[in-house]
Ligand binder design. Structure first.
Ligand SMILES: C[S@@+](CC[C@H](N)C(=O)[O-])C[C@H]1O[C@@H](n2cnc3c(N)ncnc32)[C@H](O)[C@@H]1O
Length: 268
């Protein structure tokens, strides 16, 4: 069976830093180069880095439908993968573009394209098709989706923004629209990764992770490969309130979020 990565498994013991367990306890965020880590709601670069090294080869195309500050495309440049990122908000996309362009090129053949667009819309899919065509490609080898965790962080007031969805049901519907919009672009045997955390509202744990997982699995042609649980480190504001949160948890009979999910699906 043809391999989907560049790992030489004859020397598999040399890849000590490639994670193979489902529990991801990641220490320091990678803040090297143009990874600033200052966009509220960004993920740590180690996530796309690990995913790309296991599930793509050099020269493959990675699609990120919620690009934010450009973390995935910066990693694409470092690892010699092509990248297409879609971000709804022009100001955020501009920051991403700057950071991606400041990152040194690993390989002149690699392209990185940032689209300012709504990932739920068919027109956006057409634009992605056009980009792929320009580069002589028809499909992508990895899709990364790091949507808002519903309204935990409000990214804007725009109705197309998933963080602005009126209800959890609407949020899942919009997320499903993005999955449907791009799933057939994914090459067979390749991976879709959804990075998401749960939320807690009105004294109730809302399992956004399991809900989005089921939304993906409602579609034919994909299997679930892994549910990865990653440690979540609080920002400074929350760290200062740790005692308060501990007290609230004890009073309210719940546990404080310390994890998020990376849900891994493979196209059959
Ligand atoms: C959790 S953040 C992604 C952060 C990113 N992984 C990073 O490291 O910076 C989600 C992003 O999705 C964007 N977004 C929300 N709705 C969108 C939509 N309909 N289409 C495209 N992007 C959207 C938000 O503006 C936000 O930047």
């Amino acid at each position: 069976m043809p391999r989907i990565n560049d790992l030489n498994l004859n020397n598999w013991k040399e890849y000590q830093d490639i994670i193979t367990d489902s529990l991801w306890i990641i220490g320091e965020r990678d803040k090297s180069g143009t990874h600033k880590g200052d966009y509220h709601g960004n993920f740590i670069p180690q996530i796309p880095n690990q995913l790309m090294r296991r599930f793509t080869k050099k020269g493959d195309v990675v699609l990120d439908t919620f690009l934010g500050s450009g973390t995935t495309l910066i990693e694409c440049k470092r690892l010699g993968r092509n990248g297409i990122g879609i971000e709804l908000l022009p100001g955020v996309a501009e920051i991403a573009k700057q950071r991606i362009s400041q990152e040194p090129l690993f390989d002149n053949e690699v392209f990185t394209e940032v689209l300012i667009a709504d990932s739920t819309k068919k027109e956006t899919r057409q634009k992605v098709d056009e980009i792929l065509k320009t580069h002589g490609r028809q499909n992508v080898q990895l899709i990364i989706m790091h949507p808002p965790y519903h309204d935990i962080i409000k990214f804007s007031d725009r109705p197309e923004d998933l963080s602005n969805a009126k209800s959890v049901k609407d949020f899942i519907k919009l997320f499903g629209d993005v999955v449907s919009n791009f799933l057939d672009l994914l090459e067979r045997r390749h991976y879709l990764a959804v990075v998401i955390g749960d939320k807690y509202t009105n004294s109730e744990w809302i399992p956004l992770g399991f809900m989005t997982m089921q939304e993906v699995l409602n579609r034919d042609g994909l299997i679930l490969k892994s549910i990865l649980v990653k440690n979540m480190v609080n920002n400074r504001a929350k760290r200062n309130q740790e005692h308060l949160w501990r007290y609230r948890a004890l009073v309210g009979g719940f546990y404080i979020f310390r994890h998020e999910y990376i849900l891994l699906f493979q196209k059959k």
